[in-house]
Design a protein around this ligand. Structure first.
Ligand SMILES: C[S@@+](CC[C@H](N)C(=O)[O-])C[C@H]1O[C@@H](n2cnc3c(N)ncnc32)[C@H](O)[C@@H]1O
Length: 240
């Protein structure tokens, strides 16, 4: 059964996820950096570095949210980044950020569903996703759509939470993620379910080899996985 934010709700995962991110959009950036001690910024930088050699000109940021990954990808000097997301609330915060930073011409933020991407095939030089794929209702459909709109030879870079395996680190992390994160999340965000959904969805999500196997099965080539910070997150990559 799919892990959803609101267990007693009859709406599907996609609607629930969009509603949840709409609700927490105002505090999302603050809580993200606060709860991760700012490590998320370092992870996005690492992910973007994987694309330096490719010099992509047109980049798609799937599940762009408030646009932090798109902003980081500006260091690649692309001519355009299109960010898509199903949460209008997150996109609104993102659009405001792009305006303030004077980059709205380069970073365009559109409403769009990763499982039905509104683009023709073979369009993008690179595709990036940070902390998005775990929230897809249909993971394979979303990853398949990304492969469809990627140019042959183009690269996908995916950043997602994973489960640490280290003997001593695992219990510390488990305590923090299961008890501290939901408590602080509840305190600061308007949604008490969001930060309970976070550890539950990470726990149920395929990581490491299980995730690269899915990429392989869908037709991605040269897939790889690199655990970051004791495996709290992993950086995946594949080409078309
Ligand atoms: C944890 S946020 C990540 C935002 C941003 N990428 C970042 O690095 O901070 C996850 C985002 O995925 C979006 N999302 C979930 N399912 C989606 C889908 N099917 N299509 C597009 N966006 C989706 C949510 O609305 C949310 O904004």
């Amino acid at each position: 059964m799919a892990v959803v934010p609101y267990k007693n709700d009859v709406a599907g995962k996609k609607l629930q996820v969009a509603r949840m991110f709409d609700t927490i959009s105002g505090n999302y950036d603050f809580l993200n950096h606060f709860l991760s001690f700012g490590i998320d910024i370092h992870w996005r930088k690492k992910a973007v570095k994987m694309l330096v050699k490719d010099q992509p000109k047109l980049i798609l940021d799937v599940a762009t949210g408030t646009g932090d990954f798109a902003l980081e990808a500006l260091s690649l000097k692309p001519s355009k980044i299109i960010g898509v997301d199903i949460s209008e609330g997150m996109l609104e915060v993102g659009r405001k950020k792009m305006k303030e930073k004077g980059v709205s011409e380069i970073v365009e933020m559109r409403t769009g569903d990763s499982e039905n991407l509104p683009f023709q095939e073979n369009m993008f030089d690179a595709i990036i996703v940070a902390f998005g794929v775990r929230n897809f209702e249909d993971l394979r459909k979303g990853l398949g759509e990304m492969l469809r709109v990627l140019k042959p030879g183009g690269r996908v870079v995916i950043l997602e939470f994973s489960k640490p395996v280290s003997f001593w680190f695992k219990p510390l992390y488990s305590f923090y993620f299961r008890f501290i994160t939901p408590t602080i999340g509840k305190l600061f965000s308007k949604d008490s379910h969001a930060y309970t959904y976070l550890p539950e969805s990470v726990n149920a999500f395929p990581d490491g080899k299980d995730f690269t196997r899915i990429l392989d099965e869908l037709g991605y080539k040269n897939t790889s996985c690199k655990p970051l910070t004791f495996g709290i997150s992993s950086l995946y990559s594949g080409t078309k």
